[in-house]
Design a protein around this ligand. Sequence first.
Ligand code: HEM
Length: 409
Amino acid sequence: MIPAPPAHIPAERVVDVDIYRLPGAEHGPHAAWSGLRDAIPLSPLWTARNGGHWIVMRGVQIGEIYADHVRFSSRITIVPRDWGECFPLKPTTLDPPAHGPYRRFLTDALSPGLVRAAVPVVRRLAGAAAERVRARGQCDAIADFAVHVPGPLFLALAGLPVEDAAALPRYAEDPARGDGDTPAVPVMQRYADYLRTRLLERGQRPPGADLLGGLLAPSPDGRRLTLDEAVDVAVALMTGGIDTVIAQLGYMLVFLARHPAQRHRLVDEPGLLRPAVAEMLRRFPLMTKARLVREDVALGGVTLRAGEMVVLPPLESLDPDLFTEPMKVDFDRVPGRHAAFGNGVHRCPGAALASVELEAALHEWLARIPDFELDPERPPRMRSGILNAMLGAGLRWHPASTRRVQTGA
Ligand code: HEM
């Protein structure tokens, strides 16, 4: 039974939307969210699902809320709120000023030096994964390619055994999913257990320049993280940096499989990869995060009351008021600010790393497999949720059209 909406919610704002089962999301969560926005010209809307929450449909409003930690708290960033309250991860669920000191460890860890060091590792990992499937003529974009990049990369950068990647849980494929909803907690707990053991081992050696060593070293102002805090920050890094990149690579490969002219442009002009990745990040935003309303706020003709939850779908960069023909992928589009990496104090500290990972991985794929298409027998499997995930997509090609490239070259 879905509870009745609270009395102060106007009837015309009430929709029956479960963000974890958005109708049509299996064919593409972005079109499904955009369709809902176009069908009901009001924002915010209210749904009684997942504990009851507002859903903000307009790009400008979404950008403003991400940027406004004063009125919209990150204390709970997941609906239903009891899931969000289960795992108060630092620094994702902290607001300023508590957020700042932890955030500094993140930005130090994801330094420009680390991003530079990541490029050859990504090229080696992605090159080896593409080489493994090249002669087969078919593969699954996620299981056979995308999963082989960000997980092992994270472990390599953290100074951990790359073989551990196979045993790590996938946030997007939580085995605890019983009824289709995704309590993120069990997966995060498994990440935490793994990282606690590795941090304890890492603590036996002198702090170094690797990701985990950096979390154990004092910050420039002399502050040290406790073991629990270091585990939290490491979990934030790992949950933030693996399934996101996997899903994003999946969307990009599926787009390129469907659009040969744009794919050929990238093969012929590899210099175009950087703006193309930025444009595909805009067109296929992943996150549906939430915020807790701290004080009564007037928004779009209604009042959001203190204590209510507000959900931010991946619609900012798909808003026709902000982008011309937003559903069109245009590699020549003049870059503008978009919300793929969020906004405000929690804006993704891994944005630069993610961008170079995606660029280098696509480069390696296209160098070996420049001509590919979707396999009609195994269409893309997508899902709406906190992460609007790409779970799998069959690709196929003629082996004769591929090129052998030395891995790591
Ligand atoms: C395509 C890939 C990625 C996307 C789309 C993405 C998206 C986002 C978004 C939207 C946020 C803001 C969440 C909020 O405001 O509640 C965020 C935060 C975060 N991301 Fe990413 N991310 C990506 C890759 C990465 C990578 C590679 C890392 C690190 C290895 C990372 C680590 C984090 C962390 C630690 C936070 C929390 C920051 C804080 O709370 O201050 N992300 N990400």
